[in-house]
Write a protein that binds this ligand. Structure first.
Ligand code: ADP
Length: 679
């Protein structure tokens, strides 16, 4: 095969990955064509590309998933190849076949490789023949309960029943002992049948503390294959990755090369070409087992790029154009440590419900060789209901895991978004919690450390409350100084905001709330020579009032304090009446409750009865004519591997329901109508 680099490619995707691919194409002097839907007409990826073709309405089924239209766009613009990104058409064998028919290069693996990895049991059969280790289990054709149960009894409990057609954690059931088997099997089959129309099951040994470790592989058309080491993606919520890192912690060179070789064997067993990821479960005893192979570029590929110094999109383009792999295995080395945190528009405190809205303020950490931000949005852009709510990927690098982790928490504290609820604080708390620093991590990490990550009520605020109050006093004084400097008489006593009263103490009372608990805080300013110190009294319902002796100053967004002789600091973000303190042990959010203004935290998150995202109607819990109470669950939708409960925003009567169970729902579509009733 002769190689000839493309002069123009089309990117059949949107958001950060479309921008990411365009960047590399530009660097290589390749022209780019973007495609877009109504919602994306002004998107960053469209502006970055040399040309763009409109596909259709916003729902992806009417735009980004229309293979015919994408191919037509490539033909119309003369693009010689299509980069599918991830998601959408990236693992669609029919689309790949159609590209070949039209003589357009699909920047990805051959059709047969995509098909081979489509079914979990077929993939396992192939891998078994190729001597790739599999989780002990049964993946045969005989589906009688007796055979399946015998397989479970023989391997010992717990076992995991999995739908062979599965995906998104559906049709999976853990069975802890033989007496639960029959019931578990029936439930898994029911779920598989309704989700995939196929209830074929496989039985696997259930690992109780596994890690998710995946290997990046690359193959060319000339018989070369390399692995670009591993990524640890064990930190997951409901089987979705949250923070990824490379290399994996506590990996011996021996295990690394064994897993790498196994991954190459897996890829070669299906005649692979291009970028692929082989996902393994790594058990506590160092055994590892093939789980699945993703036949595309992964979301988390940047951590591999950071530690290898390679541009994987460039590799993809070179391989697709027929070139040999840019590096041999011997030439590839690991340098340092990288983390990636996925910044999502979602509410971690409400079961990670996707959030939407306009990014009214967006400030990213400054990029450098240590900090990289892959994003597809700008300030003012809308996070719509139509697509994955990922806003950006924050990637950091440093020489060691410890240093890289410090960079991660610092960069997260510098990521400022307003207008849309995000998971940034959740990520910050994750990145700063002790078990994460100690790499005490398996796939159950978030459940196990839930209270620590979510700062549940046990949290004492001994330092944070006085800090927030002191910050308010100091920042008010600072603002007054700035304002005074602009007046004709900057030294006038009328400019003071130190609550100075003739013959009275300087008293500043505040109401601050944290996790919905209100605290009355009084800051009394005292003078000692030229400097000030503050007596801070804190009272809350049912608690003893305490008084602390404090000092402090603000430089930029850094607050330094001394509280009863204990010196510490926090990075402060103050927006409207919300004050966030980024501390070494997580972020603490306070609401400054202003007199008469009410509590602005009272959320309007229930926001009507439209679908908050594209998804499937899983379950309808009410019928037309029902009287429902405020917050009563009405319907359950599933999107992006997760179920979301939609609740009644107020008491009312259900007039009509516009969807049936199992139906696809477009984000923004009206789900049901409800006539409000007086409370
Ligand atoms: P899906 O395709 O539905 O996402 P996978 O087979 O990829 O399902 O598994 C998803 C996740 O489930 C894994 O990342 C892992 O956390 C967990 N898992 C899968 N198989 C096992 C197993 N045998 N033991 C323990 N956990 C497992």
């Amino acid at each position: 095969m002769t190689s000839k680099m493309f002069t123009k490619i089309l990117i059949a995707n949107r958001g950060e990955i479309a921008c990411r691919v365009i960047k590399t194409a530009k660097k290589m002097g390749i022209l780019t064509v973007a495609v877009y839907s109504d919602a994306d007409a002004e998107s960053l990826h469209v502006h970055m590309a040399d040309e763009a073709i409109y596909l259709g309405p916003s729902p992806s089924r009417e735009s980004y998933l229309l293979g015919d239209k994408v191919i037509e766009a490539a033909k119309r613009t003369g693009a010689q190849a299509i980069h599918p990104g991830y998601g959408f058409l990236s693992e669609n064998a029919d689309f790949c076949r159609q590209c070949a028919k039209e003589n357009i290069t699909f920047i990805g693996p051959p059709v047969a490789a995509i098909e081979a990895m489509g079914s979990k049991s077929a993939a396992k059969n192939i891998m078994e023949k190729a001597n790739v280790p599999l989780v002990p289990g049964y993946h045969g054709d005989d589906q009688s309960e007796v055979i399946l149960k015998k397989a479970a009894d023989d391997m010992g409990y717990p076992v995991l029943l999995k739908a062979t057609a599965g995906g998104g954690g559906k049709g999976m059931r853990q069975v802890w002992n033989g007496s639960e088997f029959s019931e578990g099997l029936a439930a898994a089959k029911r779920e598989a049948k309704s989700s995939f129309g196929d209830d074929t099951m496989l039985v696997e040994k259930y690992l109780t503390q596994p890690r998710h470790v995946e290997i990046q592989v690359f193959c060319d058309n000339h018989g070369h294959a390399v692995y670009l080491f591993e990524r640890d993606c064990s930190v997951q919520r409901r089987h979705q990755k949250v923070i990824e890192e490379a290399p994996a912690f506590s990996m011996s060179e021996d295990l690394r090369s064994k897993m790498g070789e196994s991954a190459i064997q897996s890829a070669q067993a299906i005649g692979y070409r291009g970028a692929g990821t082989v996902e393994f479960l790594l058990d506590v005893d160092g055994s590892f087992y093939f789980m699945e192979m993703n036949t595309r570029l992964q979301v988390e590929h940047p951590v591999t790029e950071m530690i290898t110094g390679q541009d994987l999109v460039e590799w993809q383009l070179r391989v697709a154009a027929g070139e040999i792999l840019p590096k041999t295995q011997e030439e590839l080395v690991i340098n340092g440590h990288a983390f990636e945190a996925r910044i999502y528009a979602e509410d971690p405190n409400n079961d990670f419900l996707p959030a939407t809205g306009k990014l009214t303020f967006l400030q990213t950490p400054i990029e450098s060789k240590n900090v990289r931000v892959d994003t597809g949005v700008r300030q003012g852009d809308e996070v719509s209901v139509f697509y994955d709510p990922m806003i950006a990927k924050l990637i950091v690098w440093d020489e060691t895991r410890e240093k890289a982790l410090q960079r991660l928490s610092k960069a997260l504290s510098e990521y400022r978004i307003n207008g849309v609820t995000t998971n940034i604080d959740f990520l910050y708390n994750l990145a700063t919690c002790e078990p994460f620093a100690k790499a005490d991590i398996d796939t159950g990490f978030i459940e196990k450390n839930h209270d620590l990550i979510f700062h549940n009520d046990s949290q004492t605020l001994a330092n944070e409350l006085p800090m927030a109050a002191l910050y308010l006093v100091l920042s008010q004084a600072k603002n007054a100084e700035l304002a005074a400097a602009k007046t004709h008489d900057p030294h006038s006593p009328w400019n003071n905001t130190n609550a100075w009263r003739l013959n009275e103490a300087s008293i500043h009372p505040f109401t601050l709330s944290h996790n919905d608990i209100e605290y009355q805080v009084v800051v009394e300013q005292k003078r000692q020579g030229v400097s000030s110190y503050y007596l801070i009294s804190i009272a809350s319902e049912g608690a003893v009032e305490i008084t602390l002796d404090c000092q402090g100053n603000i430089t930029g967004d850094l607050l330094q304090v001394s509280i009863d002789g204990y010196r510490s600091h926090a990075t402060i973000v103050h927006c409207d009446n919300r004050i966030s303190l980024y501390r070494q042990n997580g972020v603490f959010n306070f609401i400054h409750i202003l007199p008469d203004c009410g509590d602005s935290t009272s959320d309007d998150a229930h926001g009507g009865l439209v679908a908050p995202m594209n998804g499937t109607m899983v379950s309808i819990l009410i019928t037309a004519g029902d009287l429902v109470e405020k917050d009563q669950p009405l319907v359950i939708m599933e999107a992006m591997k997760m179920e979301h409960t939609i609740r009644a925003p107020n008491k009312g009567i259900v007039d009509a329901i516009f969807f049936k169970e199992g139906e696809m729902v477009d984000g923004g579509a009206e789900l049901l109508s409800l006539t409000a009733e007086e409370e």
